[in-house]
Write a protein that binds this ligand. Sequence first.
Ligand SMILES: [Zn+2]
Length: 249
Amino acid sequence: MCSSYVDSDVYAESLNTNGTDILFKLVINAVRDGITAQTYKKRAFFLKPIISDYKQPNETPDGLTILDSACTANHMFQKLFEKYPSYTEVRECLTCSYIQTKLSITITANLPTESINFMQDVLKSRFEEQRKCIQCASSIQPIYTSGRYILIEPVTNKQGQNKTKFDLPIVLKDIPTKINVFDKQFTLRGLINFLQPSKCLSMDAIGHYVSYNWRDTNNSWERYDDLLNCIRHVRPSTKINCQFIMYTL
Ligand SMILES: [Zn+2]
């Protein structure tokens, strides 16, 4: 979100106009001031209600609150972007007038193979498909409205098995830098990579998320990892396991 805020005027404008949103404010301030102690303090403030939904925070006698924030990226996205979905789908039945509205924070792209080349086609056909009215089964052409970003989860079927394969191995330079969907063109900003906990660590090790960001201003890839002090430049030929890909206007 931070690098998109810097690289895209349209995206920056959308965060600025919703500047009272605590997450957007965090991004805007991080870009302006860098990552400071305040950033971590604010992050704890908005993580608390998100995590408390399903895990009881541990209050210590000296007044500290210990949050066990271990959760999946998907859970975090569903909560963080609750008010800002990737797209809204309205299914209005012309036969029985039933209207169904659905907000989607993420978009699952079911790829026919592990190759990311099919992502654009998969999304195009998915949003052109007719749906059935749940009341009277008439065909409906849904109307989609997108936000300023789309968060795509590329998945495929495990070969020969009826199971979904997440964490697709993808070479950075193979990811389309532009995606056309909902009559808009979105630009690649980065992807989320989950690092499995090392086997030699304790059973409690939970793994770690890092992001690989594509900077369209200079056509380069950067790796962001909050366990390191600096950004790392990475080769476009780097292959990583991808959980989510973020595009913004
Ligand atoms: Zn109907």
